[in-house]
Design a protein around this ligand. Structure first.
Ligand code: DSN
Length: 418
């Protein structure tokens, strides 16, 4: 142990990278809508000795000895997930959202079965049937999307497609759709098609937990999610389902798709779920929404068109076409200005996925840092000034200095070295 400790301290290369990332997170405005900052308690759990433990199987049914604490840990995380979302069953082992979706799909479909998901270019997720993903390769994927005039999901078309295709699964959920999804309409479409409804609530999980976004749990047989977006946990996934699907889901997660669960991440999930059960988590989620609404207003006032005209949730999607810049250029300029965000396709985009005409901005991470609505005005000004300066590196550098000074008013992990 002492020699490995000495080696660790001598690992200057690694230390520099870890310290660099902490510095980046501290000194930049984190606006990727799918990211957040976990609490120090969650961070500690993720870095705990559970990283050493193999625990293939489920509590009281493991393939390894020494699992008494692993069993207690996983049972605790499961109980918290069930309580938070009012679910009959929870599986907290998926390593990520993709694994959670894979488990859900394989639990109810065979290769070649028809799947109806949201078009990725309209806001849907890669794993909801995109041809480059397992979901589009293994299953026969069909897509619904948004209306051209309103950019709201075309529920009539969804129902028509469901009746025509009769998919085995309809999947609801999106990664860049700024409005509330009507899960009742999805249930209706699924019932007409005799399909299983799977809702991927990854982006909304925190707001669902706080009662500020309609819960998909009463409507869907299976609900999948990540833990690290608005829910503010470690990077990971989980599945909720009705009791009748519990065995199929558990069998697909392990041994179907995964081996040993990441017990340190399950510890961090348990910590985050406990935080989400606290009353102040509702205040946090409310503030995310207020901040997003304020950001939207400020951007619109500055002359930017937002997809659907605004937002009901934690993110906005800017249509950059009238500004004659691409999402790729916008992302690069913001990076130079110390603002971290991502290019994103907008509905009916003519640009490639690697270029895009949109920019997605989220408020979950900035809200964790303590920013309120007035601060969002300043953030919006940083963003719009940077977008007006994409070819002016000197100006972008100056914005970056201002952003760094601004960020230091909102300390992040003050006691941490890296
Ligand atoms: N990649 C995530 C996002 O950014 O929305 C979804 O998995």
């Amino acid at each position: 142990m002492s020699s490995s400790k000495r080696d660790y301290h001598a690992d200057n290369q690694l230390e520099a990278i870890l310290a660099g990332e902490l510095g980046r997170q501290r000194d930049n405005l984190e606006m990727i809508a799918s990211e957040n900052f976990v609490s120090e308690r969650v961070l500690r759990a993720a870095a705990s000795v559970f990283t050493n433990k193999y625990a293939e199987g489920y509590p009281d049914r493991r393939y390894y000895g020494g699992c008494e604490f692993a069993d207690r840990l996983e049972s605790l995380a499961v109980a918290r997930a069930r309580k938070l979302f009012g679910a009959e069953h929870a599986n907290v082992q998926p390593h990520c959202g993709s694994s959670a979706n894979m488990a859900a799909f394989f639990a109810v479909m065979k290769p070649g079965d028809p799947l109806l998901g949201m078009d990725m270019s309209h806001g849907g997720h890669l794993t909801h049937g995109a041809p480059v993903s397992f979901s589009g390769k293994v299953f026969k994927a069909y897509f619904y999307g948004v209306r051209r005039d309103t950019e709201i999901i075309d529920y009539d078309e969804l129902t028509r497609l469901a009746e025509e295709i009769r998919p085995k699964v309809i999947v609801a959920g999106a990664s860049s759709y700024p409005r509330i999804i009507d899960f009742e309409r999805f249930r209706e479409a699924a019932d007409r098609a005799g399909a299983v409804l799977i809702v991927d609530m990854a982006h909304y999980a925190g707001m669902v937990a706080a009662g500020l976004y309609p819960s998909p749990v009463p409507h869907a047989e299976i609900v999948t999610s990540t833990t690290h977006k608005t829910l503010r946990g470690p990077r990971g996934g989980f599945v909720l389902c009705r009791r009748t699907f519990a065995k199929a889901i558990d069998d697909e997660v392990f041994p179907g798709l995964q081996g040993g669960p990441l017990m340190h991440i399950i510890a961090a999930k348990a910590a985050a779920l406990a935080e989400a059960l606290e009353p102040d988590f509702i205040d946090y989620q409310r503030q995310i929404l207020r901040n997003a609404a304020r950001l939207a207003t400020r951007l619109v006032d500055a002359g930017y068109r937002l997809v659907t005209g605004g937002t009901d949730i934690h993110l906005v999607l800017i249509d950059l076409r009238s500004k004659n810049i691409t999402g790729q250029q916008a992302e690069a300029a913001l990076d130079k200005a110390g603002i971290t965000a991502n290019k994103n396709s907008i509905p009916f985009d003519r640009e490639r996925y690697t270029v895009t005409s949109g920019l997605r901005l989220g408020t979950a991470a900035l809200t964790t840092r303590g920013l309120g609505e007035c601060d969002m005005d300043e953030v919006a000004d940083f963003v719009t000034t940077a977008l007006q300066s994409i070819d002016d590196d000197t100006r972008l550098r100056r914005i970056r200095e201002q952003v760094t000074a601004f960020c230091r008013k909102f300390p992040l992990y003050p006691g941490l070295d890296f």
